[in-house]
Design a protein around this ligand. Structure first.
Ligand code: NAD
Ligand code: ZN
Length: 379
């Protein structure tokens, strides 16, 4: 039996399961024995993951299914473009054509794209059915699979249509990270470094010291047990922090806004630089700019900013905009995009202000004036 860490979310005691080699048997066994009254399991994945992990998951699920339970599979095209209205409709039509009703459980095997889309489908199909997350990217493990935010994109922007709908279970099999491209690892590391920066100096120091170990545990089979333990600890600590924030503030009334460190500016950069730049890369620059803002406002010294920059660099995240990119960004455009942030209250812009590594000025985003933001955006 593999060693598994379990974390509760919103007063449900055994939602998140974290360990190695869970996809071989643990996940299927746990799903079938702990989710009641399911007649149909629908596994939904993407075209990159299907050849890697689908067969394992399906054969173990088949092995554990009880009489009368059906197992169906859908594979989506990989990439953000699958997080759209059409993809939602296609899955719904498929479920209806297979006569699926409320006793259907969706299983999302993939990164944040598959997870967000499947969660959204689950939240409205027959007025809501259960779903399970099996996040396969580092970002989806520590961030998108936890908290129940589901969404699709429209031509007007990302994540504009969606719901809050909590997954019944979230299974993180750290072994699947072995096939994740290096740039996607950095993408997830940005969220981990963010969490450490706002909440946990000890975690931050471990990240700053443990790079070799963490990379070894992610991408090699011949890593040591301490390497594996460190990676598990880093992911567990980050996931636990988000799970706790979500438990205290499911609908983002205040505390959950804390997770937005680096994102107020990062999202605006992403709106302009995506798909060339990944989310975590924009958040990396966003964190530095927002930390500088806290510094100019007198809330923190230069030292934590330097530490943040060093740590981000360590995990191959960008810390400065190259000239070409910088020229692409117009101050007015960035400010304009920030104006329509879902998290604003009226015209007031809000930013999480760092006070030191592991701490923030408020346990939420703070009100900041336009003028002060413009100052840190200037090259
Ligand atoms: P993703 O799902 O597109 O995955 C990135 C790429 O990696 C894809 O090409 C995928 O096929 C591939 N991949 C995934 N796992 C792999 C593995 N183990 N081995 C090899 N390849 C693998 O992207 P993502 O970064 O996981 O998620 C991004 C999405 O998450 C965005 O749409 C974003 O809006 C959303 N998001 C949601 C929340 C939330 O709270 N719901 C939070 C953050 C981000
Ligand atoms: Zn993010």
């Amino acid at each position: 039996v593999p060693k598994v860490e379990i974390i509760s979310v919103l007063n449900q005691s055994d939602v998140i399961h974290i360990g190695y080699n869970l996809i071989q048997d643990y996940i299927a066994q746990n799903i079938v024995s702990s989710i009641n009254n399911v007649s149909n399991y629908i596994v939904i994945t993407d075209s990159n993951l299907a050849p890697l992990y689908l067969e394992n998951l399906i054969s173990s699920l088949k092995h554990h299914l009880v009489h009368g339970q059906r197992l169906l599979v859908r594979t989506l095209a990989c990439g953000e473009k699958s997080k759209c209205r059409q993809a939602k409709t296609d899955i719904e039509d498929y479920l209806l054509s297979e006569s699926c009703t409320r006793d259907t459980c969706l299983v999302a095997l993939g990164g944040g794209v598959v997870g967000d889309l499947v969660g959204y489908v689950a939240s409205t199909f027959m007025r809501g059915i259960p779903y399970i997350q099996i996040p396969t990217t580092l970002l989806s493990m520590v961030d998108s699979s936890i908290g129940g935010k589901t969404a699709i994109d429209t031509p007007h922007g990302k994540n504009l249509i969606g719901t809050f709908w909590q997954p019944k279970r979230i299974y993180m099999d750290l072994s699947v990270l072995q096939t994740l491209p290096r740039r996607e690892i950095s993408n997830g590391m940005a969220e981990i470094i963010k969490t450490a920066a706002i909440s946990n100096k000890h975690l931050f120091d471990e990240l700053s010291r443990g790079k070799e170990s963490i990379y070894a545990a992610i991408s090699t089979t011949n890593c040591t047990d301490p390497d594996r333990q460190l990676l598990a600890k880093v992911i567990c600590t980050t996931a636990k922090f988000k799970a706790n924030v979500v438990t205290l503030d499911e609908r983002e009334g205040g505390l959950r806004g804390l997770l937005n460190f680096g994102h107020s500016i990062g999202h605006a950069l992403e709106a302009i630089l995506s798909p060339l730049w990944l989310h975590g890369e924009c958040v990396s620059i966003g964190m530095i700019m927002e930390a500088r803002l806290a510094c100019t406002l007198g809330h923190c010294t230069i030292e934590p900013i330097d530490k943040l920059i060093d740590c981000l660099k360590l995990y191959d995240l960008p810390t400065v905009l190259d000239i070409e990119t910088s020229n692409k960004l117009e101050l007015d455009q960035v400010m304009n995009i920030m104006k329509t942030d879902k998290k604003n209250k009226g015209a007031q812009k809000r930013i999480v202000l760092l006070s030191e590594i592991g701490n923030t000025v408020e346990k939420k985003a703070s009100d900041v004036s336009n003028h002060e933001i413009e100052n840190v955006l200037k090259p």
